[in-house]
Design a protein around this ligand. Structure first.
Ligand code: PLP
Length: 400
């Protein structure tokens, strides 16, 4: 048998998997073409729609978030197409790399990392030339910023360009209203706010996007060809063997989200992230991003001068068994640490994070000016922001 370390997984994904989901993923594998599994898949697809904020198709694939970023571009690009990629962090850079790998003409719209995106800049670029797509990250995990997709959608919607959005670390933790906001393809993955193990990729697709996907002469694309996937979806199936047990897990996760209520889930993420931000700042760590842009699922903070982010992450893990993340980008190495506030977390997680962070800073020779100031600041936020009342629906993943 395997022995795995027992630590608190507090990364910005993958996130700790709640017990009902973990148990579901250990159930026996069913016939992936059988009626029972098809019914589960169909229920997942239906339950995902309100989370994406769409009435359109949601596709599931075996694969990670990056596979879905690639699939989104491969399915809409023809050779020589130009794309405008908003680059505000490492995952924007990844979109640039993927688009270049497919031979697209890539134009970057650089945004200061941690800063806000002015949608007028996108509008100005769209007036200068035609693009097949505007490509952006909803929730930039490298900087802890949630971007205003609605504002970008408003300027892209009435142009021929599609709006492609990575919401890998946003979906189900930060609001997504794909149809209302004018996003055309939104991709995500199972291991973040959806609380599942990694391995399932998701893509929701608008009617406008299907027109581009249906064109002849697209880039080569086979496994993640959305056209084939949609034909399979019509029969409540997938084109190729799906990760059957992950679909069980996703179904339980989606029932849990429904039991809590999506609005309550989003409010819980926002409240806990606010408390964590208040706490880390009270400990003397500045946020990496401008406060107005803060994400509800990832908190990125600057490491105080004279300390090394890698050492903080290491000490938190080795001494306090709390696993947080360091910098995502070489330019940030040692200077940034990040904590996830996504998935099935509660007040106790935030308080423990702050206790362990304070103790770590203390151990590394940087004691807090006011002991317990971080925990106190977080408790103040939690007290000031009432918790959403629990619904009376079952919260154990059973259908309600
Ligand atoms: N996009 C964002 C915003 C992410 O946070 C991540 C992963 O952390 C990815 C894309 C890539 O996802 P994956 O690691 O599942 O390929």
């Amino acid at each position: 048998m395997l022995t795995i370390p027992d630590y608190r997984l507090r990364l910005p994904g993958p996130t700790a998997v709640p017990e009902p989901i973990r148990q579901a993923t250990a159930l026996p594998v069913l016939n992936h073409r059988g009626a029972e599994f098809r019914a589960m898949l169909a229920e997942c697809h239906q339950r995902l729609k309100p989370i994406f904020g769409t009435a359109h198709d949601v596709l599931t694939f075996a694969g990670s978030g990056t596979a879905m970023m690639e699939a989104a571009l491969a399915n809409i690009l023809s050779p020589g197409d130009a794309v405008l990629v908003v680059v505000a962090g490492q995952f924007g850079e990844r979109f640039v790399a993927i688009a270049k790998a497919f031979g697209a003409e890539v134009h970057a719209l650089d945004v200061e990392w941690g800063g806000a995106l002015d949608a007028d800049r996108v509008a100005a670029r769209l007036r200068q030339r035609a693009y097949r797509a505007v490509v952006m990250v909803h929730n930039e995990s490298s900087t802890g910023v949630a971007y205003d997709v609605a504002a970008v959608g408003a300027v892209v919607r009435d142009t021929p360009a599609l709006l492609i959005v990575d919401s890998v670390s946003g979906l189900a933790g930060v609001e997504m209203k794909m149809d209302a906001w004018g996003a055309d393809i939104v991709v995500s993955a199972s291991q973040k706010s959806l609380m599942c193990p990694p391995g399932l990729g998701l893509a929701a697709i608008s009617a406008k996007a299907w027109q581009a996907i249906g064109r002849d002469g697209r880039m080569p694309c086979f496994f993640a060809d959305f056209r084939r996937a949609r034909a399979s979806l019509d029969k409540d199936g997938t084109s190729f063997t799906p990760p059957v047990t992950l679909v069980y897990g996703l179904l339980v996760a989606l029932r849990m989200i429904d039991a809590e209520g999506l609005a309550n889930v989003l409010a819980r993420h926002d409240r806990l992230a606010s408390a964590l931000r208040a706490g880390v700042q009270a400990l003397g760590l500045a946020l990496y991003n401008q406060p107005s842009t803060s994400s509800a699922t990832v908190t990125a903070m600057k490491v105080p001068a004279g300390l090394d982010g890698g050492a903080i992450v290491r000490h938190m893990r080795e001494r306090y068994r709390t696993v947080i993340a360091g910098a995502r980008h070489p330019s940030q190495t040692g200077k940034v640490i990040r904590i996830g506030t996504m998935g099935m977390i509660g007040e106790a997680d935030i308080i423990t994070d702050l206790r362990h962070l304070e103790a770590t800073l203390n151990d590394l020779g940087r004691p807090a000016e006011v002991p317990h100031a971080g925990v106190r600041a977080a408790l103040d936020v939690l007290a000031a922001r009432a918790q959403a009342p629990r619904t009376n629906k079952a919260a154990d993943g059973e259908p309600s």
